[in-house]
Design a protein around this ligand. Structure first.
Ligand SMILES: [Mg+2]
Length: 382
């Protein structure tokens, strides 16, 4: 007998999107002039459509191929609401250990399935997750850029503080000496009343990270984000033993198993998965819960991702018990301003808080004109 409450999946459509950044962004990892994401659309035979986003910075058409050829044939005909079972089935699309593009592609589909579940229930996703039920989430300004001029770094930090952000992230990199100087300059510029954190995007080896970590400790920074490359777990443990600044990481992790070691032994104080990389809402919530069990805070990473990432992160953050603070990227980003009707967080944030969308599912409407413009850019960039 057919299940009257089922929402069978009819179709999955992948939309690779590319934008030329209004202002090129630079981290210790490199300079980005153009970035991509993939918008995922899942339709059911019952007339519902859910949307998701995949972190697909480069080669977004390869992600679309993965969704259309490897994930869609497995899912069509299945009930969209059996999300855990659908996740496990997608995971079996490739043999071998989990990670990389497959998990990022799954993230896009998973978020779309949660959007459908919310629309089917007439509830925002965070209510379905049955957690804390926060109506708003604290955010920090990201980021004081990598601009080598010290004065510019100080100016940017002061501007964020004037806009009401009480927590600000500072990008560091280059030589440890340069980083130590910047750490002191920005602290001096904003005073002691503002929370500061630093992100080096794995710029250092262990000895360098210890030197920078001690400067962060001296100047009262709240965390040192991605000091070392993500695979160097022993390095993270040694760094934790050698300086007191709390360590943060997680944006480079895929599935929960990659977050397990440094969370369970409490080397990390803050876990920062990106929902569009870390397997979607399902897996990101599992990471947040794992962290909660070990008194590690959850702080969603958003970075250069788009508005669906922001909305999905808000829903998980609204539900998770250990949410500390969420990243709020302040730089111009067409994936935030042009893809849906929700204004970007940098514009919406008030008093260092972002409200959680209250409509069914993710609580956003897609702006198809904006999507078409960025799909065109993705085709032209190929
Ligand atoms: Mg980071």
């Amino acid at each position: 007998m057919p299940d009257a409450a089922a929402h069978p999946i009819a179709d999955i459509i992948a939309h690779p999107l590319t934008q030329k950044l209004p202002t090129p962004t630079e981290t210790s990892w490199g300079r980005y002039d153009a970035v991509s994401i993939m918008l995922v659309e899942v339709r059911t035979t019952t007339g519902l459509t859910g949307y998701g986003e995949t972190l697909a910075r480069f080669a977004p058409r390869a992600y679309a191929e993965l969704v259309e050829r490897a994930l869609k044939p497995r899912l069509v005909g299945r009930d969209a609401l059996n999300i855990l079972a659908n996740w496990a089935l997608m995971r079996r699309a490739l043999s071998g250990r989990a990670g990389g593009m497959l998990i990022e592609a799954i993230a896009g589909v998973d978020i779309a399935l949660w959007d459908i579940a919310g629309k089917a229930a007439g509830l925002p996703i965070y209510r379905l997750l049955g957690g804390e039920g926060r109506a708003s989430v604290p955010v920090y300004a990201a980021s004081v850029s990598w601009d080598p001029l010290e004065e510019r770094a100080a100016e940017q930090a002061i501007a964020f503080a004037r806009r009401g952000f009480s927590s600000i992230k500072v990008k560091i990199g280059r030589s440890p000496e340069a980083a130590c100087k910047r750490i002191a300059t920005v602290r001096q510029a904003v005073g002691d009343g503002v929370e500061l954190t630093a992100d080096s995007n794995w710029a250092y080896n262990l000895d360098e990270a210890v030197m920078v970590g001690k400067a962060l400790e001296r100047h009262g920074y709240a965390w040192f984000e991605e000091p070392l490359r993500p695979e160097d777990e022993d390095g993270y443990r040694q760094l934790r033993a050698r300086c007191a600044v709390p360590l943060a990481a997680g944006e480079s992790n895929y599935a929960v198993d990659q977050a397990m070691a440094l969370t369970c032994d409490r080397t990390l104080s803050v876990l920062q998965p990106n929902v569009t990389r870390s397997g979607g809402i399902t897996e990101t919530l599992a990471m947040a819960r794992l962290a909660a069990q070990h008194d590690v805070a959850y702080a969603p990473h958003v970075g250069m991702s788009g508005i669906i990432c922001e909305a999905a992160s808000l829903h998980v953050a609204a539900a998770a018990a250990n949410t500390r603070i969420m990243e709020c990227a302040a730089s111009a980003n067409l994936f935030k301003s042009e893809v849906a009707d929700l204004r970007p967080g940098g514009e919406r944030a008030e008093g260092g808080m972002l409200s959680v969308p209250q409509g069914p599912g993710l609580g956003i409407e897609i702006n198809w004109e904006g999507v078409a413009r960025m799909e065109k850019m993705a085709r032209e960039a190929a």
